[in-house]
Design a protein around this ligand. Structure first.
Ligand code: PA5
Length: 426
């Protein structure tokens, strides 16, 4: 395990870790048994099918020749992992360097993660002006946001290219049999991929759900899978790999209700969003769970720093510390004597250390996770680490990490409202 997990500032004791060990072992056995529903992601990085991988890479290469923009249509677990990876490893522009040249690969845009007409109008503009492909992703094949966005963008694609060419520019990732998207993919002849039955949305980033769009964006998915596989087979799970999961559980028992994930590299903005879904949907049930939150520092120190230091102590902090940021810049002397001869990363690091010291002094429990650097390999490690840790904490809390019964309630309310309201012309 290349990530380093430091729970020394949480107040969680060796005794507590020891007491939890049998339950952690039980949780690990459940995850690895192959008997529990929706645990297909546990072994997947170790046994990813070579044929599927080749299919993904060949399709990604085709997409790269076809378009300037790939629009990924999906929501929740069908999009957040890809967005997190693209934001971290490619970036919205050249400032996030990982050696990729954004110009060699299609730009990745996202649709169907909201129901905003304003947002989607902009994407229609893109279809008018540039060469575009669509990658529609939905396990159920029936999700409202995804269905609406796909219908709108598909119509624009057909208008621009004609039906025959549009079909060649649509890629579908969905269940192998169920749902209207599978039915449409078969009927229309879209190139398609299957989401494994035993992997749920928020644990699906290392399936074709994430891997196809990531590969199209130029991300090294083989390296990402290798990172996840290294994490899966790490012997450290037997020693301190599960400390974070236990610390979260013990902190919840002491009355902490919120986990704030903090990071100092904006590349991790959407990784934090992915984490929020993972934790929120996996743990938030039966009146239990830690409310997942995130702050981007140092930015948010200027809005939330006061609360962290002196506010209602219902939270603990989990700091994602990137040891070797992608780039650095020297600070000119004009910035002030304090910074003379220093680089931006040095000052960022000083801020991180200062926050650790100040918050420790005021008694805020803190976990620190050191990430060697942000690249596809460590990204794979991070995904696997958090999926495993989240599942273990959920088991310790006594909830099923892999269902989301509460998500359905608002959907049925919305359906009722739409049935009652009259159609209108926009
Ligand atoms: O984790 C989950 O299961 C959810 O967030 C789903 O991914 C999300 O609701 C989208 O569902 P679907 O892939 O069926 O469109």
């Amino acid at each position: 395990m290349d990530l380093k997990i430091d729970i020394s500032r949480t107040g969680v004791t060796k005794e507590q870790l020891k007491n939890c060990a049998p339950k952690v072992e039980e949780a690990m056995e459940k995850l690895w048994s192959g008997q529990e529903e929706y645990t297909g992601w546990v072994k997947l990085p170790l046994q990813y099918g070579q044929d599927e991988l080749e299919h993904l890479l060949n399709t990604a290469a085709l997409i790269q020749t076809q378009c300037e923009i790939l629009i990924v249509i999906g929501v929740g677990g069908s999009y957040l992992g890809t967005r997190a990876a693209v934001h971290a490893l490619v970036g919205p522009d050249e400032i996030y360097g990982s050696g990729l040249s954004p110009k060699s690969y299609p730009e990745i845009k996202f649709a169907g993660n909201n129901i905003s007409g304003t947002y989607h109008s902009q994407l229609l503009e893109d279809i008018r002006k540039k060469d575009v492909c669509l990658c529609v992703i939905s396990k159920s094949g029936t999700t409202t946001e995804t269905s609406i966005a796909f219908a709108i963008l598909k119509a624009a694609l057909i208008e621009k290219y004609g039906k025959e060419e549009a079909v060649k520019r649509i890629y579908a990732i969905t269940d192998k049999a169920a749902g209207s998207l599978r039915e449409e993919a078969e009927r229309e002849g879209y190139e398609s991929f299957e989401i494994p039955d035993d992997i749920g949305g928020r644990y699906s980033v290392l399936t074709s759900v994430g891997l196809l769009p990531m590969a199209a964006a130029g991300i090294d998915i083989k390296s990402m899978l290798a990172g996840a596989a290294a994490m899966a087979s790490s012997t450290e799970w037997d020693y301190n790999g599960t400390d974070y999961a236990v610390a979260r559980y013990e902190l919840m028992k002491t009355g902490k209700q919120i986990e704030i994930v903090e990071y100092y590299e904006p590349q991790l903005d959407f990784f934090a969003e992915w984490l929020k879904q993972l934790f929120g949907e996996s743990e938030g049930k039966e009146g239990k769970g830690l409310f997942p939150s995130s702050l981007h520092l140092t930015t948010d120190l200027h809005s939330m720093g006061q609360f962290l230091q002196e506010g209602n102590q219902i939270f603990f902090e989990t700091i994602l510390n990137v040891k070797k940021p992608a780039r650095d810049l020297p600070i000119p002397n004009e910035a002030g004597g304090l910074f003379e001869g220093k680089s931006m990363n040095e000052v960022n690091r000083a801020a991180l250390e200062a926050v650790l010291a100040a918050h420790e002094a005021s008694g805020v429990p803190m976990v620190k996770i050191d990430i060697p650097e942000i690249n596809a390999y460590y990204f794979g490690q991070l995904i696997y680490f958090f999926e495993t840790s989240c599942s273990i904490t959920a088991y310790l809390m006594g909830v099923n990490p892999f269902n989301q019964p509460g998500v359905e309630r608002y959907k049925s309310e919305m359906k009722k409202m739409l049935q009652q309201s009259q159609p209108c012309k926009a």
